[in-house]
Design a protein around this ligand. Structure first.
Ligand code: ADP
Ligand code: ZN
Ligand code: ZN
Length: 733
């Protein structure tokens, strides 16, 4: 097909169709999955070739301006996966393909290793004594030391925390230059460089089961926190690496800590490991992408979007904390990385492992139906004990900074014994409400249907749903009184209270506000491990992935807010959260204690969580979901619309509803609810409405939406609103 003179191109535009272009005689030969630069309306865009054609149904085709690639940047397997994703998640193919590429490739930069910048030492650089340099410029000394072994890519050096400025300074001194030879392809030494642990019976069974199988299998590794799931990962990837195959490991956004990465680096020091996370710059990201595609890296650890990385020879995929909500993308292509990972593995014919202490109900249901192989680790590895849980009834109790007297007494006991205490409060800021003591007026975000949060450190009121913030007012905006008070407790206030109540102990607060600076989370975690802080205050950020061996008491300060949510997933989320948080305690040989503060000690959900295992909780929750006709027993789509005026969004969704009902696919099995105002009915000045669509079968939902979508695009009110389709939505707000 090398002579094809017409290409069909998927462009990054919000349209469902592709576009045909002709290729000039003297252009290089384009290929499917390669990039071309084309004129589109009055712009030039970069698109991906999806087909080579001999003729097109359209005449007067415009010419491709540049053929960028003659070999694909999106290889056939990935193209199939992305095409499927685009159809399943109802998102345009061109935008889907574009999202899957690193930013540099989206901009048209070359996609081969030769285009990465490599650095090497000059002769003068080689003779610099590192100790002399280290006195004046430790960062420069570090760069020199790293390069002693040979050239390194710019991305690799940045990955080792060497700043760009350091490299240019060294270049100015004449000690460094851009390399003229590429470093040799790294050699793999797949033998573990650290002695594997002796597995307990359950771990051994899990490893043996996974290692014995060939081809695609999906395993649910269902192991309580601290049961040694990571050790299982390490031991099942060893034989994969030994065969020269690569491994992709996905972790939740907040779980990607140096601790996790170091465990893999220590075990496989002879294997190049790439890491993809949100702090990478575009150069580093491209370098990791190329390293995987060229087969240079053996292990790639990354968050959600790392799923779209191409591999020369992928042998296994692992999804750690598979229940974590950060695997679901909340905008553009609203994909679930876990579900796509299973799809990718099955197409590639390789095993995939979903690990969690608290598996999602979706995954448990798949295991129950025999689609996934269920492996369990029921005991904590080593000598650690299971934590003891108890409820603290705080009805009528006086709270100081959100802490009841019995909790404070318990904290003192643990602290005096030289242990650490973790307080979990999923509410950042000083207080969630500021109001007038005279008339009850509450300071609300003018653009959203929510209250402002008071932040004491910056003396501001901030909206946590849009970017709005303002200095604290000194007068009530309704009655003019100066008696403004706060209600409720956030992490800032808790920290302040503890500084007064327990001044002899150091308190550290870990939330999005306190860790805004790059690297600060790592610094804090290290300080915690060194024992510099005895009291740890954390939001969601501290709930997962971190191991604190000296924490013996974990307290959940406010479980009540989760008990009364409208979201059908709230009980599942609460159950996962309490178990994950509790899992932070007593990981070493010290027994842990978990205390829950609540006004509703008899609430059935709390009682269930206290007295039953997660698996029996999940069993009952699944029965309830089935009876209520909810996911995972139905496939659900949420159509969202938002508009500046209150009526357009609702009117548009009414039209969508009629369009869907008129569709031949819409039989008695299809349920449509709404349109209704979204739980957060106004955000950033826009009114928000929702329409729910549910079917018993995935395929039916997909057929219905795919066939109705062209009509929905033509609806007159569509122009007045922003609308989107979310398949299997996780966030219902
Ligand atoms: P999980 O990932 O399930 O939370 P980890 O893999 O982090 O658990 O293991 C928890 C702790 O137990 C780690 O310190 C780990 O080194 C240790 N561990 C795991 N497996 C074993 C084993 N077979 N023997 C002894 N210690 C183990
Ligand atoms: Zn007032
Ligand atoms: Zn707002």
């Amino acid at each position: 097909m090398s002579s094809a003179r017409i290409v069909r191109v998927a462009l990054p535009v919000p349209l469902d169709n592709c576009f045909d272009y002709s290729v000039k005689e003297d252009s290089p030969n384009p290929c499917v999955g390669g990039r071309v630069k084309v004129p589109f309306q009055s712009r030039t865009l970069i698109g991906i070739v999806t087909e080579l054609l001999d003729h097109s149904p359209f005449d007067k085709l415009r010419n491709v301006s540049t053929v960028i690639d003659t070999t694909p940047v999106i290889e056939p397997n990935m193209m199939q996966l992305l095409t499927w994703s685009s159809q399943y998640y109802q998102f345009p193919l061109g935008e889907t393909l574009s999202l899957a590429l690193p930013a540099n490739l989206r901009k048209g930069e070359p996609a081969d290793p030769q285009t990465l910048v490599y650095w090497s030492l000059t002769d003068e650089g080689k003779i610099q004594a590192p100790t002399d340099v280290a006195k004046k410029a430790p960062k420069q000394a570090q760069a020199l030391a790293l390069l002693q072994a040979g050239p390194l890519s710019h991305g690799d050096l940045l990955g080792e925390e060497v700043a760009k400025g350091t490299l240019t300074n060294l270049e100015k001194k004449g000690w460094l230059r851009q390399a003229d030879v590429l470093p040799p392809t790294p050699k793999w030494q797949p033998a573990p460089t650290e002695e594997p642990l002796d597995l307990n019976t359950e771990q051994a069974l899990a490893c043996a089961t996974i290692n014995a199988a060939e081809g695609y299998h999906c395993y649910l590794l269902d192991g309580v926190t601290g049961s040694g799931k990571t050790e299982v990962y390490l031991q099942v990837i060893a034989p994969v690496l030994a065969k020269g195959k690569q491994v992709l490991i996905l972790v939740p956004e907040i779980g990607l800590t140096p601790q996790t990465i170091n465990r893999f680096k220590r075990r496989f020091a002879g294997i190049p490991i790439s890491v993809i996370h949100s702090n990478l710059n575009d150069t580093e990201r491209l370098a990791a992408w190329i390293a995987a595609r060229e087969g240079h890296s053996g292990i790639l650890i990354g968050t959600r979007s790392a799923l779209f990385t191409p591999f020369a020879n992928l042998g296994m995929i692992i999804i750690d904390e598979e229940h974590d909500s950060s695997y679901k993308q909340q905008d553009t292509l609203r994909y679930h990385a876990r579900d796509l990972a299973v799809m990718r593995a099955s197409r590639a014919g390789i095993p995939v492992i979903l690990g969690s202490a608290t598996p999602s109900l979706e995954t448990l249901n798949n295991a129950k139906q025999g689609k996934y192989h269920h492996l369990t680790l029921t005991r904590r590895a080593g000598t650690a004990n299971t934590a003891r849980h108890a409820v603290l009834d705080i009805k009528g109790q006086y709270l100081q900074g959100g802490l009841s007297a019995p909790l404070l007494a318990e904290m003192r006991k643990h602290l005096q014994a030289g242990n650490q205490v973790l307080l979990f409060l999923n509410r950042r800021g000083f207080a969630p409400v500021m109001m007038c003591h005279e008339c009850g007026w509450i300071a609300d975000c003018p653009r959203c249907d929510v209250h402002y949060t008071y932040h004491a450190s910056s003396n501001e009121l901030r909206c946590h749903h849009c970017a709005t913030q303002r200095p604290v007012m000194h007068q009530c905006q309704s009655c003019g009184s100066t008696q403004l008070v706060t209600a409720g407790v956030g992490t800032e206030q808790l920290q302040q209270a503890l500084d007064e109540l327990l001044p002899e102990y150091n308190t550290i607060r870990i939330d999005r506000d306190s860790t805004r600076r790059k690297g600060s989370l790592e610094d804090y975690l290290e300080a915690i491990h060194k024992g510099e802080y005895q009291i740890l205050i954390g939001t969601q950020m501290l709930a997962k992935g971190h191991h604190f061996p000296n924490v013996t008491l974990v307290a959940l300060l406010d479980v009540d807010s989760a008990l009364f949510s409208n979201d059908f997933r709230a009980p599942e989320r609460l159950a996962q959260l309490v178990i994950q948080v509790a899992g932070r305690a007593g990981r070493a040989s010290k027994p842990g204690e978990v205390l829950w503060q609540t006004h509703h000690p008899d609430h059935p959900l709390l009682q269930a969580l206290l007295h039953k295992s997660y698996s029996s909780f999940a069993e009952e929750a699944l029965t309830e979901r089935e009876e209520a006709g909810l996911p995972p027993f139905r496939t659900m789509a949420l159509l969202r619309a938002e508009a500046h005026d209150a009526h357009s969004a609702a009117a548009f969704l009414h039209q969508v509803r009629q369009t869907l009902q008129a569709n031949p696919v819409c039989n008695g099995d299809v349920e449509i609810f709404g349109p209704n105002p979204a739980p957060l009915a106004r955000r950033a000045g826009r009114h928000r409405w929702q329409l729910w669509v549910q079917t018993p079968l995935r395929r039916q939902l997909q057929q219905l939406l795919s066939s109705a979508k062209p009509m929905i695009h033509l609806l007159p009110d569509g122009k007045k609103v922003r609308w989107s389709i979310d398949i299997e939505p996780q966030d219902l707000a």
